[in-house]
Unconditional design. Structure first.
Lengths: 117, 419
């Protein structure tokens, strides 16, 4: 089954740690992703630009309306995503728990709907 | 190698996964000392197998190959991660020295590992519902989502249960072992209880969306077979026999429209003969041990029903005698109630009525719908319609199970027709 993992973290928190700590975090994540890729678990992954780069689009009364920032103001922001293939949600949880970022923020595990079933 | 051979190897890897993955997992848990590490190692071993077996052919002993590859991958992974977590360096070293020299795991120790896994999943330190979830996922290989569907629960609820159970096993240092001889009877009891619970969950849920739930009965029977193979204790055989004999009536006990059909009204030609024969042989083996427990006696009662070609030919005297035995081995108000029903069949409804009234007077079954349903049935057979109606109404007020409710309403309607 496929699961989308949302890496959630307070962007402000990331600013409070030192440059070298951040590098180490990125390094560890990269190596873990390589492992997950090799084991066949990781299908797609990407970090995201900070939420200040986001725009939210709506169409109302036939017109496009744009607003700055994410669709909802939350304490934590989505900083990246990982599409994984796992045997079940417990394996997905297990995989999510080993991302170094969960020690600072959290990881939302969302089962992907299988439209072919 | 050609594509045809490639897909053949892939099919074979899948087949080996179905056949061996639970065994390999059980052994890896022992070698690595951790459920999650073992699950990861299992996955990695099969990932390597899918690649290497295409190139180099399938090894002569896939099971041993998977165990060795799994533990090698686990140590390898730990060493790599140790770059960020120094504590893992020590752990990897310890594992290595404990694992090398690599002796080939023999079949006997692998079968012991399966028992270790079962006893750990059913450890009394875990909550009963956690024992069930762990057994189904780790021993039977069901996914968390499948377990959730079968128990009509949210996957996140079951996931949480499994995460907590594994955390408990880790923090409480629950040993990965088959209990000592002194603890074995009580611990085996707990295992059998989990298996029977899984069976009943599948068997009693007989209406709407029952398909996935029936799989639970099949899973429980598979578990029962495994236990008889690994630990041929008389009660293990008794439980397997009991499940087989109940399951043999599965097709006959539900009508095409999902109505519950009582034993008396079932088409006995629909009963599964193979299951009955297998169950009967197990009962004989269990009785031959002279250590007859509650599961075996209940199986024997089901066996008496199974051998009667027609309801009227049922040997009720033998059934009452078995209930007497059951009252000694595992007395309970429900057993007493069932005995009362058997006595009513042997000696007439009046005899049953006085037994049931005395059970109800004690108050133990005053919320149990089947007690009132049985009393209603005795009144009905005695022609005391008003009292029968009142008892059916009481039973109806105490059950939420739809097929049971429909059955009781049908009986009530019949009384109205005649009364």
């Amino acid at each position: 089954m496929k699961y989308l993992l949302f890496c959630c973290m307070e962007e402000k928190k990331l600013e409070t740690i030192s440059r070298s700590q951040r590098d180490e975090l990125m390094d560890e994540t990269r190596i873990y992703c390589e492992e997950l890729h090799k084991s066949g678990h990781l299908l797609v992954s990407n970090p995201l630009e900070p939420v200040e780069m986001a725009v939210t689009v709506r169409v109302r009364n036939g017109g496009i309306s744009l607003s700055d920032g994410p669709f909802a103001e939350t304490k934590e922001q989505i900083g990246g995503f990982f599409l994984i293939d796992a045997r079940d949600i417990n394996e997905a949880v297990q995989i999510a728990s080993k991302f170094p970022s969960v020690r600072l923020g959290s990881m939302e595990v969302r089962p992907v709907v299988d439209l072919e079933k | 190698m050609s594509e045809v051979t490639d897909s053949k190897v892939r099919e074979l890897v899948e087949e080996v996964y179905r056949e061996e993955s639970r065994r390999v997992l059980a052994t890896l848990i022992r070698l690595l000392g951790d459920f999650d590490a073992a699950e990861e190692a299992l996955h990695d071993a099969f990932a390597v197998a899918a690649e290497q077996w295409i190139r180099n052919g399938v090894p002569s002993n896939p099971r041993a190959w998977l165990v060795s590859t799994g533990r090698f991958k686990a140590i390898d992974g730990m060493r790599r991660r140790a770059r960020f977590d120094a504590s893992l360096t020590e752990h990897a070293k310890q594992l290595e020295s404990a694992l090398y020299p690599l002796e080939e795991p023999d079949d006997e120790s692998i079968e012991d590992d399966r028992l270790r896994l079962i006893f750990t999943c059913c450890h009394p330190a875990l909550a009963p519902e956690a024992q069930v979830a762990m057994t189904l996922r780790e021993v039977c290989g069901l996914t968390t989502e499948e377990i959730a569907r079968a128990f009509l629960a949210k996957p996140s609820t079951i996931a949480q249960r499994i995460v907590r159970a594994k955390g408990k096993i880790r923090t409480a240092c629950i040993p990965y072992q088959v209990p000592s001889e002194t603890d074995l009877p009580a611990r085996l009891d707990a295992v059998l209880r989990v298996v029977y619970l899984v069976f009943n969950e599948g068997y009693s849920a007989s209406s709407g969306g029952s398909l996935t739930r029936h799989d639970l009965s099949a899973e429980a029977i598979r578990l029962g077979r495994l236990l008889v193979e690994l630990l041929p204790d008389p009660e293990t055989m008794g439980l397997l026999a009991l499940m087989l004999l109940h399951d043999s009536r599965r097709v006959a006990r539900i009508s095409a429209t999902g109505e519950l059909i009582l034993l008396d009204d079932q088409d006995r030609s629909l009963w599964n003969r193979d299951q009955i024969i297998e169950g009967t042989i197990l009962i004989e083996r269990a009785f031959a041990s002279n250590q007859v427990g509650p599961y075996t006696i209940q199986a024997a009662i089901a066996g008496v029903h199974a051998e009667a070609p027609q309801p009227a030919e049922t040997n009720w005297a033998q059934i009452v005698a078995l209930y007497d035995l059951l009252m000694q081995a595992g007395p309970s108000p429900v057993v007493e109630l069932n005995r009362a029903v058997a006595v009513a069949m042997r000696d007439g409804p009046l005899a049953g009525l006085s037994l049931i009234d005395s059970i109800l007077r004690r108050g133990e079954l005053s919320n149990y719908h089947l007690a009132y349903a049985a009393r209603a049935d005795f009144y009905r057979r005695l022609g005391r319609t008003t009292e029968a109606k009142a008892s059916y109404e009481q039973a109806l007020g105490l059950t939420q199970q739809e097929p049971e409710r429909r059955f009781l309403k049908r009986r009530l309607a019949e009384l109205h027709d005649y009364g």
